[in-house]
Design a protein around this ligand. Structure first.
Ligand SMILES: Nc1ncnc2c1ncn2[C@@H]1O[C@H](COP(=O)(O)OP(=O)(O)OP(=O)(O)O)[C@@H](O)[C@H]1O
Length: 276
């Protein structure tokens, strides 16, 4: 990961042009985006530059309205930047890619489908054969510990169970990039830590590139390799900080036991406040 502003992350060894970036790399170069407000354009983000290397876990933290979701929408291809360049796999993003997994704040499960039906759904859309997609969906459902409720519908599940289904569905497609917009925000504090650890354990085995959007500095430090701190609107990068905590990690253990974790938290809070 390399960042532009107040970059505290480890510099990436060597130089690399966008065209030679490995698959799964995400690059934002001097990216700006403005939305039309009446007849004028209002900037949502300004001069945002950072790179997420293949297999890296990046968290973006910042105050409400600073443009975090806009960044995800630019990477996923839902939006085009009004300035600068967004690249995935070394190529400018021009359209929405079915190769990128997305985990939104609400689990967005289909209420008329069972747990199995929800997890196999993206594979069905991708045209996989019935046997292959059911095998993969079952494997992912057991990875999140829900094999006993395969045939339940979402309304029969707790919020934590629903989010487990969403994790299984996100990983089922084998996407090399996963974008997450406050995916644990709707969970109570205890369930959140359990689900964060479950996500981490699956991510550590598969290592897709991740961008996680969160308001929660503790979540960012516990999960990510690099934390990008944004300024208030229009958002720009205040700092990028590499989190040198060993892996495999447990969010639960870090939060309660690690003094290094606490000092990263303090540093990032300080950066978010603009170093005052
Ligand atoms: N489709 C849109 N049209 C006009 N303005 C928009 C649109 N989407 C976002 N904005 C504006 O862009 C700015 C950034 O919004 P964005 O949702 O990216 O922020 P955020 O950091 O994700 O906020 P939050 O943390 O509250 O979800 C806000 O001022 C928002 O009102």
């Amino acid at each position: 990961m390399k960042g532009s502003a107040a970059g505290l992350a480890k510099p990436v060894p060597g130089t690399r042009t966008t065209a030679t970036a490995p698959r799964g790399t995400i690059e934002l170069e001097a990216v700006g985006h403005s939305f039309l407000a009446g007849k004028t354009r209002r900037p949502a983000i300004r001069d945002v530059s950072f790179t997420v290397e293949q297999g890296e876990f990046c968290a973006v933290v910042g105050p409400s309205g600073c443009g975090k979701t806009t960044i995800l929408n630019l990477v996923s291809g839902l939006l085009r930047p009004t300035e600068g360049r967004v690249s995935v796999d070394g190529k400018p993003v021009r359209a929405v890619s079915s190769d990128i997994g997305y985990m939104p704040a609400q689990d967005s499960l289909l209420p008329w489908r069972t747990v199995l039906g929800n997890v196999e759904f993206p594979l069905q859309l991708a045209g996989e054969s019935r046997k292959s997609r059911l095998d993969r969906a079952r494997e992912m459902i057991s990875a999140v510990g829900l094999e006993k409720v395969l045939d339940h519908h979402p309304h029969q599940l707790s919020q934590g169970m629903r989010q487990r289904v969403a994790i299984a569905r996100t990983f089922a497609t084998g996407s090399r990039i996963i974008l997450m917009d406050e995916p644990f925000g709707a969970l109570d504090a205890q369930t959140r830590v359990v689900i964060q650890d479950l996500f981490l354990s699956i991510w550590e085995r598969r290592k897709p590139t991740v961008i996680l959007i969160t308001h929660d500095v503790a979540e960012a430090v516990a999960l990510a390799d690099v934390v990008v701190s944004m300024s208030p609107s229009p958002g720009t990068v205040r700092a990028t900080r590499r989190i040198e905590l060993p892996r495999p990690r447990s969010a639960e253990q870090l939060i309660f036991e690690s003094t290094r974790f606490q000092s990263y938290m303090k540093e990032i809070w300080h950066e978010l406040r603009g170093g005052e």
